[in-house]
Design a protein around this ligand. Structure first.
Ligand code: GDP
Ligand code: MG
Length: 150
């Protein structure tokens, strides 16, 4: 399994407004994942729509887009072995009432429409989302990994 797998993690407007940016970053860093890119931004409506294009037919889609554009988000890319699947475990189940305590949503959220964080659900969708949110690519940097990987 590659040590340089990447996932897209976004702290949604409610997570930013509630002051949970540091807590979320801390959990991914503490696990050993590498913060490969980070930016705070207001999300253009077209970007929110494109990010969630697979959900466009859902009744909650307009509300979801309005939620994502309602305030600044923190867009990040994390790198490391198994980071997509393990990142989803750190994030927790979509509906926070079903998320395990110990996961981010399980510890900090209640409502599915205010679940504070996004995480890519597969390596392929991570690639699509990273290209969408970081269209200029990522800065060239290489973490030292000798104390993380054998
Ligand atoms: P995720 O990958 O765990 O974020 O879940 P999905 O890809 O299925 O849905 C994307 C996002 O849409 C979720 O994180 C929620 O913010 C929102 N969402 C999903 N299902 C519902 C729903 O039934 N109602 C509402 N209001 N929002 C939903
Ligand atoms: Mg999803």
């Amino acid at each position: 399994m590659a040590n340089n797998e990447q996932t897209f993690i976004m702290i949604k407007p409610d997570g930013v407004a509630r002051g949970l940016v540091g807590e979320i970053i801390k959990r991914f860093e503490a696990k050993g994942y590498y913060l490969r890119a980070l930016k705070m931004m207001n999300v253009p409506k077209e970007l929110a729509e494109e990010h969630y294009v697979d959900l466009a037919s859902k009744p909650f889609y307009p509300g979801l887009v309005n939620y994502i554009v309602s305030g600044p988000v923190v867009a990040t890319v994390w790198e490391g072995k198994g980071v997509v699947v393990t990142g989803r475990k750190l994030v927790g189940a979509t509906n926070p009432l079903a998320s395990e305590p110990g996961s981010i949503r399980g510890d900090y959220a209640i409502d599915v429409g205010r679940n504070i964080i996004h995480g890519s659900d597969a390596v392929e969708s991570a690639k699509r989302e990273i290209a969408l949110w970081f269209p200029d690519g990522l800065a060239d940097n290489k973490p030292s990994t000798q104390w993380i990987y054998e």
